[in-house]
Design a protein around this ligand. Structure first.
Ligand code: SF4
Length: 291
């Protein structure tokens, strides 16, 4: 059961230039995430979300977003999908992401969406409208194997469904690709898995793949992840504890070899490992009213 809340603000300005996605702004329309990935960083204590499985809906978000964008002098990419998935199942009911995209389209702002869901297809027409300026959709894929995906991302649509959605976006002219992050040590960091993701991405119309060769863990996300590892993959938690201790960065085994294989396969298949981004522009200031 979701809780409806009133947000105080909705649009964040990205403090530093964002190398990955070229974001200038970001928003999150919900708190918590129904996809329940076992590795999710949003569970980290630093974010202060007490119960990540309990979804809160910012029901006044659309008005706040419209108002905030009206006063922005820098036209830059607005990102969503960092703290929760904008296309988790509850979006069917509230359509907040769909409405937010319509606001961006009307205000002329570019967008970048990160998701694990084919539900994004419901907003295809709005994305096409925004893409006259710039729109990109990145699908997070960490394993090529639907069965493993079901274990580590239990609430998200299957990897195969994400790939089909990516293909539909690509064939309809939307810039789309894969965020291959994280790659879970001991579970997903085989060359076989990484190369399979690259080949599937190519087959299903990805223009780019942004890679990570490992994962991050910190207080809050680590405890949850370890508890799930214990239940799902006996013996793997002990390997993490032995290899990483309390490290924030947990790199893939044979990280360099894995990266070499990845970049070589991408070069071979002609798939980019950076995504084209929108360069921020200054907007014409609003005409001042004299009377
Ligand atoms: S989809 Fe993203 S935000 Fe949602 S649980 Fe998975 S990793 Fe976390």
């Amino acid at each position: 059961m979701a809780q409806e809340i009133q947000a105080k603000t909705i649009l964040n300005t990205v403090p530093q230039p964002d190398d990955w996605f070229g974001l200038k702004y970001s928003f999150n329309l919900y708190r918590g995430c129904q996809h329940q990935c076992i590795y999710c960083d949003s569970r980290s204590a630093c974010y202060g979300i007490e119960n990540f499985a309990a979804i809160q809906v910012k029901v006044n978000a659309i008005e706040l977003l419209d108002e905030a964008l009206a006063h922005k002098r820098i036209l830059g990419t607005v990102g969503t999908g960092s703290m929760n998935d904008p296309y988790m199942p509850i979006e069917r009911q509230y359509n907040l992401t769909g409405q937010a995209l319509q606001v961006l389209a009307r205000r002329g702002f570019p967008v970048h969406v990160i998701t694990k869901s084919d539900l994004v297809l419901k907003d295809l027409e709005t994305l096409q409208e925004i893409s006259r300026r710039y729109a990109a959709v990145s699908f997070t894929i960490t394993t090529a194997d639907d069965a493993l995906g079901r274990q580590v991302e239990p609430g998200a649509p299957l990897v195969s469904a994400r790939l089909k959605a990516m293909q539909t976006l690509a064939t309809n002219g939307i810039l789309t690709g894969v965020t291959m992050m994280p790659i879970l040590p001991f579970l997903e960091d085989s060359q076989e898995n990484v190369l399979a993701i690259v080949r599937l991405a190519k087959e299903y119309g990805a223009s780019y793949i942004l890679p990570a060769f490992g994962m991050t863990l910190r207080t809050g996300s680590r405890e949850y992840y370890y508890a799930r590892l214990e239940r799902l993959f006996p013996g793997v938690k002990e390997k993490y504890m032995h290899r990483f201790g309390l490290s924030y960065e947990c790199s893939a085994l044979h990280q360099k070899d894995l990266a070499d294989a990845f970049y070589s396969e991408c070069a071979c298949l002609g798939i980019a490992t950076r995504m084209p981004v929108f360069a921020p522009q200054t907007r014409e200031p609003k005409q001042l009213r004299l009377f």
